[in-house]
Design a protein around this ligand. Structure first.
Ligand SMILES: Cc1cc2nc3c(=O)[nH]c(=O)nc-3n(C[C@H](O)[C@H](O)[C@H](O)COP(=O)(O)OP(=O)(O)OC[C@H]3O[C@@H](n4cnc5c(N)ncnc54)[C@H](O)[C@@H]3O)c2cc1C
Length: 471
């Protein structure tokens, strides 16, 4: 028992439990469409979905290097929630009201994903039980209180601060000193959502080409449209939209745009009724904590715990894991968190471990943009919060495209503060590797100090945040 892992990698448990997808046809020669989307994750597929819904006459193609949902969209923790990367920075650059508007749009996006999944008959094990975040040390409790105060300052009056007893009534996490709860969150089975989306867009007439790697995206010039170049042919389009998130560095000219940050997960075997009677978790809240190297978890539809956190955060030269293969050390670390949170699960087997990449911009702020001059658009840099943000990005890209192709002007969404947000690129190696590794070494050291009884937030963590450009 103990740390024995039955499956490692294989994309994700979410995919493994559904069975390998039937491969779809690759691109077969050069072609022309109205909109070409590069990447078949939530961003790319939602974008194709909303474009086709808005204008069924548009020819839309999605190019995917492996299969739809191969990336983070088929591997994530299944937190469909209202958080997004960069709210404080957007408040500084565009004013607090603009950041609050974006927050409201994010909250509405949680409901929009649930609505659209329901409307399209996508069964993704969605339960909207909100987001529960626990503090398990005094410094974490202080950060929790500050976090709730900040949420209130951004108009989130429904973010509640819970006592240890109130938290335990929902979910008994060992050592909890306090918690917060927000209604703007749902648990999902990530691969079911992305698979359902792929089938839905195919049904709408979107051309989906799998096993088709784009090597370069070219802007429109005097003589030609924008292009997505592959070894199987070139797709020319009025708009080429990049939706490659953590994989972006592999595209020509994009090596230092978004850093591919790793996140890793484990899932247990199904836990017995006696465990759930002890622990609660009846409302299926998504669960997180206030550690610097934070964890995230969910109770799955078949009564497992899926739990994730930062393992090996980043590989030299922006390299990416092979199909989610995960170091044993990371599996052991995640298991230690599981046992600390839920001592009653100490003897439960870890059934599967996997990893994935997310895209991190230099200032940790998400972005969406369409440049009508070059015909190029993109969305991403969601850091760890892309499940909901990808939906907002897709509807924003739709509005930006329609602004160019029809008489539609600005929309509610195209005036949100992340639209057109730009930031400088990451440093070249070895600085990139050194920076990220020092940051996470510092976060882990700070967490250790706080676990060992430090009464206040470790200054190491504050310095690491500043060096990383997070605040
Ligand atoms: C382990 C893990 C846990 C996470 N947990 C959460 C969570 O609980 N909640 C949350 O909000 N966010 C979470 N995230 C982040 C979230 O999953 C992502 O932000 C989101 O899925 C991004 O969607 P996307 O479509 O932009 O990117 P992806 O899903 O990564 O899709 C990009 C797609 O593009 C394809 N592609 C890449 N390059 C090319 C190319 N050159 N040519 C053709 N195709 C290409 C890839 O194969 C991939 O399918 C997590 C991420 C990870 C890795």
């Amino acid at each position: 028992m103990g740390t024995v892992t039955t499956t490692n990698g294989g994309v994700s448990f979410w995919y493994a439990s559904l069975g390998a997808p039937e491969p779809r046809r690759p691109l077969d020669g050069s072609t022309e469409v109205d909109v070409c989307v590069v990447g078949g994750g939530y961003t790319g597929l939602w974008t194709a979905y909303y474009l086709k819904k808005a204008d069924p006459s548009l020819r839309v193609a999605v190019l995917e290097q492996r299969f739809c949902g191969y990336g983070a969209s088929g591997r994530n923790g299944g937190w469909l929630y209202g958080g997004f990367a960069g709210r404080a920075a957007f408040a500084r650059s565009h004013g607090k009201d603009a950041a609050i508007r974006m927050q409201q749009a994010m909250n509405a996006s949680v409901d929009e994903v649930i609505r659209a999944a329901d409307a399209e008959g996508i069964e993704a094990d969605i339960v909207k039980g909100g987001v529960l975040e626990v503090a398990r040390s005094r410094p974490q409790l202080a950060r929790l209180q500050a976090f709730v105060a900040e949420e209130h300052a951004f108009g989130q009056q429904d973010q509640l601060l819970l006592s240890a007893t109130e938290a335990a009534e929902r979910l008994a996490v060992a050592g909890t000193l306090g918690a917060s709860w927000s209604p703007h969150g749902a648990r999902i089975q990530p691969a079911r959502l992305v698979r359902g989306l792929a089938a839905t867009v195919l049904g709408l007439g979107v051309e989906v080409y799998e096993g088709t790697t784009v090597t370069e995206i070219r802007p429109a010039g005097a003589e030609r449209q924008a292009q997505a170049v592959t070894a199987r042919g070139t797709v020319s389009a009025r708009f080429v939209l990049r939706a490659t998130e953590g994989f972006t560095a592999a595209l020509r000219g994009q090596r230092r745009t978004w850093l591919p940050m790793n996140s890793s997960m484990i899932v247990t075997d199904p836990l017995p009724a006696s465990f759930w009677e002890q622990v609660g978790w009846q409302r299926r809240e998504t669960l997180g904590d206030l550690a610097h190297a934070y964890m995230y978890a969910q109770r799955t539809a078949d009564d497992r715990i899926a739990l994730g956190g930062r393992g090996v955060p980043y590989r030299f030269g922006s390299r990416i894991d092979h199909d989610g293969a995960t170091a044993q050390r990371t599996v052991d670390e995640l298991r230690a968190i599981l046992t600390a949170f839920f001592p009653a699960a100490a003897d439960t087997r870890v059934a599967h471990a996997w990893s994935g990449v997310l895209g991190v911009p230099r200032d940790w702020c998400c972005t969406v943009e369409l440049d009508p001059r070059t015909g190029l658009g993109w969305a991403g840099g969601y850091v760890g919060s892309g499940v909901t943000t990808a939906n907002l990005a897709a509807r924003t890209l739709r509005d930006l495209v329609l602004r160019e192709t029809s008489a539609a002007g600005e929309s509610e969404l195209t005036t949100l503060p992340w639209v057109g947000h730009t930031v400088r690129r990451w440093e070249p190696e070895p600085l990139r590797w050194l920076g990220v590794h020092s940051m996470y070494t510092a976060f882990h050291a700070a967490d250790r100090q706080e676990r060992d009884g430090r009464p206040t937030t470790s200054p190491i963590a504050r310095v690491a945040d500043r060096i990383a450009g997070r605040h």
